[in-house]
Design a protein. Sequence first.
Length: 277
Amino acid sequence: METLTRRRGPDRDVKRPAASGPGDRGTLRRAGRILTPLAYAAAVLAAWSAYVALADVPSYLLPAPGDVLDAGLKLVQDGTLWPNLTYTLRNIVLGFVGGSLIGIALGWVLWASRTVREILAPYMVLLQAAPKIAVAPLLVLWFGLSLTSQFALILLLVFFPMAMATMLGLKDVSEDISSLGRLLHLSPWQYLRMIQLPAAVPALLAGAKIAVIDAMTGAFLAEYLASERGLGYLMVLGNTSSDTPLLIAAVLITVAVGLLGFGLVSLAERRLLRGRR
């Protein structure tokens, strides 16, 4: 026994490497989610730069990434970017909020009334199927070169996905929950606020992801056709002046704005649906 104890004794002093815990694995996953897109972006920029240099592409056709970066920095330094960026952001936010409210209200009406659904649904589909590049000049003709035509285009793009998401989300309310609402003698407003809307949150957030990108597209298209400010106007300016670095810089900034909006909606989705997963 003493011999056995002496043999086992030193084993207690051996330090084994600590196993990585859930926190370490979570940190690695978060780092991977950040580094992977950055690696893809770096690869694209490297391929872009190499192609421009090796193929000797003229700058007016495809400028090097450095030239685009210089054009973006120039927009920041001379104060041109911020008024145009805030103008576009304001239009996106107002159009997204207004279109979402209209879409949610219309989606509830379509869900609640079969008659209204049969009358309006075909026209809504036709309106959504119409190419917006053709609808936009009509809005300019009807409302003039003003914010009204720009907001009208954004609302047209935003309300449809939100209306469809609302209608589908309200259909997801189970019969058991509906029966509970009837047993509690809830008013229609209480039933909507306490039961239907919470049940429709996942569908609404899915629709909002589409709607926020559509709002960005509508704002850009409206500014491209009928505005003297905004990121769309900067694209027109770069195109008409043959300033390709400015044009590409404005496009990349617009893409970044769209990704920011999508990311904010995704963040809200993770926060609101954390307890449901």
